[in-house]
Design a protein. Structure first.
Length: 289
């Protein structure tokens, strides 16, 4: 088989979603890599990457925009609909379109020894509505990560806070905790007494701080649901190196300050009609947490 025919068969295997056919066009030690693989991969690692991509975009398709006469390179357009979990996030249902190029090397029999793909790794996340944050993992005593906030819409002053902290054992444990935390937060929105929560992930350290109307409300998480299941896995050592849960009672919360759009001054403890001292209507109350 010529190099060009081998490259075309490789792309056809991608288009027909046939991993065995993809593998058949690679030499015994053939590898694939692109900006998202972290280096060359092959065998089962490649199978996991390809089938994972198909699960995220079940209708994934490729259009070959151009290719070299010797089959050593090709430009392509990848399209698909996000109907599966992407990086642990729920499906968005949004469509993506990504331009890229692959470069091939071949052995004497025309089998592919390496495929190196190039594309902008930020395009797909941006098309899915995701923020891309570029930051170091650590500088001196400072460590960096990501955070999430969920609010119930309640604006009353919290009566208690709960703090849950886990240090995941490894990347698999971290992913399991992230997925469990997301499901737990969705369940918390339906719990009486829940006000809001903020999560932070820094390396393998994962923290959730939740605001509640009173100290009894967070007890509901201990009885059933995803949070209860995660705790069981924490206790048996499946997920975490260490961690704890806690409930904190407030000592003092100072008066809420609201800025008046008319005069620009902050108003302390606005009255029931939410009027500024200048007589203007104040903005709607914001949640404490």
């Amino acid at each position: 088989m010529t190099q060009k025919a081998s490259a075309e068969a490789y792309f056809n295997a991608w288009i027909s979603r046939d991993f065995n056919a993809i593998l058949a066009k690679l030499a015994r030690d053939g590898t694939y890599e692109d900006p998202s693989t972290g280096g060359p991969i092959s065998g089962e690692a490649l199978r996991g990457y390809v089938t994972g991509l198909w699960s995220v975009f079940p209708d994934l398709s490729f259009e070959i925009a151009s290719h070299s006469d010797d089959g050593a390179s090709a430009q392509w357009i990848m399209r698909g609909t996000n109907l599966g979990s992407f990086n642990g996030l729920p499906p968005t249902g949004k469509q993506i379109e990504l331009d890229g190029a692959d470069f091939f090397t071949f052995d004497e029999e025309g089998l592919i020894t390496s495929v190196t793909g190039y594309f902008d790794p930020g395009v797909v996340p941006r098309q899915l509505g995701l923020d891309i944050v570029v930051q170091p993992s650590q500088i001196g005593p400072f460590r960096f990560g990501t955070s999430t906030m969920v609010q119930s819409g309640k604006t009353q002053e919290p009566g208690a806070f709960s703090i849950t902290y886990l240090e995941a054992r490894d990347d698999d444990g971290k992913q399991a905790v992230r997925e469990g935390s997301r499901a737990t937060l969705i369940e918390m929105l339906g719990i009486d007494g829940f006000i809001g929560a903020t999560t932070a992930t820094i390396g393998n350290r994962m923290v959730t701080i939740s605001a509640w109307e009173d100290t009894d409300s967070p007890r509901q998480l201990m009885r059933t649901g995803t949070h209860s299941e995660i705790q069981k896995k924490m206790y048996d050592g499946t997920l975490a190196q260490h961690g704890y849960t806690s409930v904190w009672v407030k000592e003092r919360i100072n008066p809420y300050m609201v800025r008046c759009d008319a005069c620009g001054k902050m108003t302390r403890s606005p009255d029931a009609e939410r009027k500024c001292h200048c007589g203007a209507q104040l903005p709607a109350a914001a949640p404490y947490w």
